[in-house]
Design a protein around this ligand. Structure first.
Ligand SMILES: NC(=O)c1ccc[n+]([C@@H]2O[C@H](COP(=O)([O-])OP(=O)(O)OC[C@H]3O[C@@H](n4cnc5c(N)ncnc54)[C@H](OP(=O)(O)O)[C@@H]3O)[C@@H](O)[C@H]2O)c1
Length: 248
């Protein structure tokens, strides 16, 4: 399988990097419940041709993703780590300027990698340091975008990540961040599916050269927070049948 790629607006080096359009998500709730199956799933996905993997410190899937990459190298499924596009995310309890670098260093240690391809601020808010998921509403505070983004930029300049971006940012929040950013975010990863198309945000990001990555593209069917409307959509079922594919 060859997966199409998109160019990302980068970077401090002026080099263009590309992101495989189809990525493999590794969030499974409750987090950390599936270490061994997560590793097996990622190895299987590598065999199927996936090269873009999405993890996050809070998912606790960084270690199994790292083990799967090492396993793929051992088995000769890939020749080098450079064949992968690995995304991870800054957990918002570390969304304070003095905690960003050490959070990324810890992520790299979990993955057993020297660099990420993309490091995202997971949410546009900060939490009290040390807190995990779930958390109480009272523990959320406004993020100081200017100083946190500066720390993200420093991570890229140090070569610990090829690109930096954000997740769950609205147009307004992106606007605030862009007002002081020296390196603009390469990506905004947001919830997006055929029934939630984020038209305004897509137009805004296109205008600013920010690539959008859709998460929960199938609507996270079967969870209390998701919707069955995507997978049960009659229109999508008809398109799928016509093309001899599944809805997914
Ligand atoms: N940045 C963020 O804040 C954020 C938030 C959420 C997710 N994400 C990322 O996006 C990834 C995907 O999101 P998601 O897991 O929430 O939602 P999703 O991809 O919309 O839905 C996943 C669900 O779809 C079902 N599914 C998957 N492949 C299928 C297929 N071929 N046929 C039928 N059903 C299929 C699975 O159900 P079964 O379990 O029943 O097989 C799974 O529970 C995550 O793993 C994570 O990496 C990021």
């Amino acid at each position: 399988m060859t997966i199409a790629e998109a160019a990302l607006a980068s970077s401090s080096t002026g080099k263009t990097i590309s992101i495989p359009l189809l990525g493999f998500g590794t969030a499974e709730f409750p987090f950390a419940s599936t270490h061994e199956t997560a590793k097996e799933s990622v190895v299987h996905a590598i065999k199927l041709g996936y090269r873009h993997f999405d993890t996050a410190a809070v998912y606790q899937s960084e270690q199994p993703v790292g083990e799967a990459i090492a396993e793929a190298l051992r088995q000769g499924l890939i020749k080098s780590r450079h064949e992968f596009f690995i995304t991870s995310k800054l957990w918002i309890a570390n969304g304070h300027c003095h905690l960003v670098l050490s959070a990324l260093q810890n992520t790299l240690k979990n993955l057993g990698l020297e660099y990420l391809d993309l490091y995202l601020i997971q949410f546009p808010a900060s939490l009290r340091p040390g807190l995990g998921f779930p958390f109480e509403k009272e523990d959320i505070a406004a993020m100081d975008y200017e100083s946190v983004w500066e720390a993200m930029e420093e991570c890229q300049l140090l070569g610990l990540t090829k690109s930096i971006g954000v997740s769950n940012f609205s147009c307004k929040k992106l606007q605030n961040l862009l007002a002081t950013a020296k390196i603009p975010p390469a990506v905004n990863q947001v919830e997006m599916n055929p029934l939630w198309q984020q038209k305004r945000l897509r137009e805004f990001c296109e205008e600013k050269g920010i690539h959008i990555t859709a998460y929960s593209p199938l609507g996270t069917k079967g969870t209390p927070w998701g919707t069955n409307l995507v997978m049960d959509s009659q229109v999508l079922k008809e398109i799928a049948t016509t093309n001899g594919k599944t809805v997914a």
